[in-house]
Design a binder for this molecule. Structure first.
Ligand SMILES: [Zn+2]
Length: 317
């Protein structure tokens, strides 16, 4: 009981200090980090995991509120367990019915729509498995039961921890300035090899050996040969987007699956590899095939990268 009251006093204090910060018009990203670190102090779950989980949930939210700090949607059945209500009630009753909902701000109720209650609840859930990276992976697995979700959150956490910030929003056009290239919108065009697949991406034509850069921050999820894509690399960013670079001539030295890359970092060079067994090249003019895929927490689909490429090209440093 003593511990519980301590938690409530602590959370009430930071609730007030967060409101004070809002009045000073502190950047919303900074407010989020403050909140994560306060919850870390109580639950020992490192802030970058809470940030990563919140980032992932914002990515899969159907209609994310722009000004909200917390986007985590804990399903009713998880929050209340078998409790026969779906309105804010006290956490003792929820616990009795096997729910995970907790009272984070000390007002006596565990409110599924209160950001402090939500973040404290999820941190408290993870805490039962421990606070090492492996413990958190286990906790995430038990919560989501989905490998790509767990991998994404663990990777986002590593990015936030590495850079000690959450606004990793820099972008780059895949071809650096000063190199010749051309591209047009080829979304959905038919293609010659591999049956009746439609073209899921944009082809950027350039000379052999032209550097290819990562368009955003991210983590290398795939690297190697594929009979269609040739030498290709796949990078997932913090917005549940998977960036696919294919037909490369080769990769930048030292890049491995699991490595962090930064926007604008060279990851390989333009080639004409693919459409055959490993090493096949030259069956078409050299170009970068660039594809974008989005994961919504249930499934992953490709979307047209052309508008993003145009935007990144305009901002190309
Ligand atoms: Zn292509």
């Amino acid at each position: 009981m003593i511990q519980r009251y301590t938690v409530c006093i602590f959370l009430s204090f930071f609730l007030l200090s967060t409101i004070a910060h809002a009045e000073e018009n502190v950047d919303i990203e900074q407010q989020k980090i403050t909140l994560y670190k306060q919850i870390e102090a109580i639950t020992l779950i490192p802030w970058h995991y809470l940030a990563a989980l919140n980032r992932y949930e914002a990515n899969i939210a159907e209609d994310p509120a722009e000004d909200a700090l917390i986007h985590i949607n804990i399903p009713k059945e998880k929050w209340y367990g078998a409790a026969p209500v779906d309105e804010p009630i006290d956490e003792e009753t929820i616990l009795l019915f096997g729910g995970i909902g907790k009272d984070g701000d000390g007002d006596g109720i565990a409110d599924r729509n209160n950001q402090y209650d939500i973040l404290y609840t999820i941190a408290n859930y993870l805490q039962q498995y421990g606070s090492t990276p492996q413990d958190i992976r286990t906790g995430l697995w038990n919560y989501y039961k989905r490998e790509l979700t767990v991998l994404s959150i663990m990777n986002y956490a590593r990015l936030f921890d590495t850079y000690q910030k959450i606004d990793l929003d820099e972008t780059a056009f895949p071809i650096p300035k000063g190199y010749n290239y051309s591209y047009r919108n080829t979304w959905g065009d038919a293609r010659g090899f591999g049956g009746r697949r439609i073209h899921e991406g944009t082809d950027i034509f350039a000379n052999y050996g032209t550097p290819v850069r990562a368009t955003t921050y991210g983590i290398i999820e795939l690297k190697g040969w594929n009979k269609y894509g040739g030498w290709r690399i796949g990078i997932r960013d913090i917005y549940n987007r998977y960036h696919y670079y294919a037909h490369l001539n080769g990769f930048a030295d030292g890049l491995e699956i699991g490595d962090i890359v930064e926007a604008g970092q060279t990851i390989g060079s333009v080639g004409a590899s693919g459409y055959g067994p490993p090493g096949t090249s030259g069956k078409f003019p050299p170009h970068l095939h660039y594809g974008l895929y989005k994961d919504n927490g249930k499934t992953e689909w490709s979307f047209d990268p052309f508008p993003n490429l145009k935007r990144w090209e305009r901002k190309n440093p």
